[in-house]
Design a protein around this ligand. Sequence first.
Ligand code: PXG
Length: 456
Amino acid sequence: MAALEKRSGKELQELDRNHYLHPFTDHKSLHKKKSRIITRGEGVYIFDADGNKILDGMSGLWCVNAGYGREELIEAATRQMRELPYYNSFFQCANPPSIELAKLLQEVSPAQMNHVFFAGSGSESNDTIVRMVRRYWDLMGQPKRHTIISRKNGYHGSTVAGASLSGMKAMHEQGGLPIPGIVHVEQPYWFGSDHTLSPDEFGLVAARSIEVKIKELGADKVAAFIGEPIQGAGGVIIPPDSYWPEVQRICDQYGILLISDEVITGFGRLGEWFGADYFGTRPDFMPFAKGVTSGYLPLGGVLISDRVAEVIIDKGGEFFHGYTYSGHPTTCAVATANIRLLQREKLVERVKNDIGPYVQAGWAKLAEHPLVGETRMVGLMGAFELVADKKSLQRFDGKVGAGTVCRDFLVNGGVIMRAVGDTIIAAPPFVLTHSEADEMLEKAWKGLDLTQKALQ
Ligand code: PXG
């Protein structure tokens, strides 16, 4: 049998079609086309089996923040695999890399976060949180505090608990979700509103939909609120300034645990180590994944505040929860190497003070394009909205599939961005240079021109 890399692109596509079920994919429609086989990555570029070089404006799936081909991450994995590729953290065991990483996470995270529980992905991290939140309230003698409030169009994963926390209608319709005890309130998506309120007024209304729900359920029934600092998969929804302070006030007033889902925003995406740092919230839980290893190996986890950790540790006895790969030595070694790399190259500061502002300035200019109704970006996490009428901000309402048309032009033109409905989103690696940023923005403009022509 030929080694995998020796197969032709065509051969790989055929095997893919015959044997491989992809995540979030309509396979019938994919099989009519063919999948794009990505074979290599270097810096901010990926290469496909047809020989195309594409600027990865999505950092893989919001994760390859340090860029492709980083030798120190490869070496960290190799070294650890030689020493101890795997051992578990059950049965009163631990291993040096998981302990090192736990300590390092404590150093880079907000002051109240002094403990971590490791998982294998963002979804698993949120499953852990659902269990731990309920365990906490049981131990506090308030077992009725069971319900977790989340948001419509939020994304928290694809496992049963993750998909339940997510506010995606299409996901809920498949398999009878959400599970009991998870409810959804309004998202702070000003552009998607009727624009009768100012962004700050709208942000307050969205935050207060949490309070309305608390009063409806009874505060003694509500365990926690979960939100992404900026919604990622939902379309890079940057809340108005009024939003997070009001959410924090509500959580404080009703004694509800705050979960800041940092799976995308953690480890520098917004120019601060965490989204909670950027928005000034004081979460009790921070699930993370993706950027913790720059996507080189799958690792997730939950940072846990002292308020919760003390109860789980002191009052809890055994918490019957954990994964085979909790504290996996190799993934933890790579995460530590990645965080050290972010620190040494000052990449978080670079997002805040250098490449972030540079890309933001160019991104804002895309608003001059006749198809664009709004641009927005914090750090290196941005979106623009395609509109049918620029003056009235009238949207296409999904009818012509403008987002998909534009996305295809972008990708075929050599830059990866993603379409969420008619919102185009981007999240490039932190190592993007100024000239690569120029290339990304020029290609975005070109893609918009082609989309405009195609839709006329
Ligand atoms: N929370 C957030 C905020 C996420 O963005 C998860 C949890 C789940 O993580 P895992 O590792 O289980 O996938 C995510 C994942 C997209 C897209 O299309 C986004 C994610 C995953 C897949 C696709 O933007 N985010």
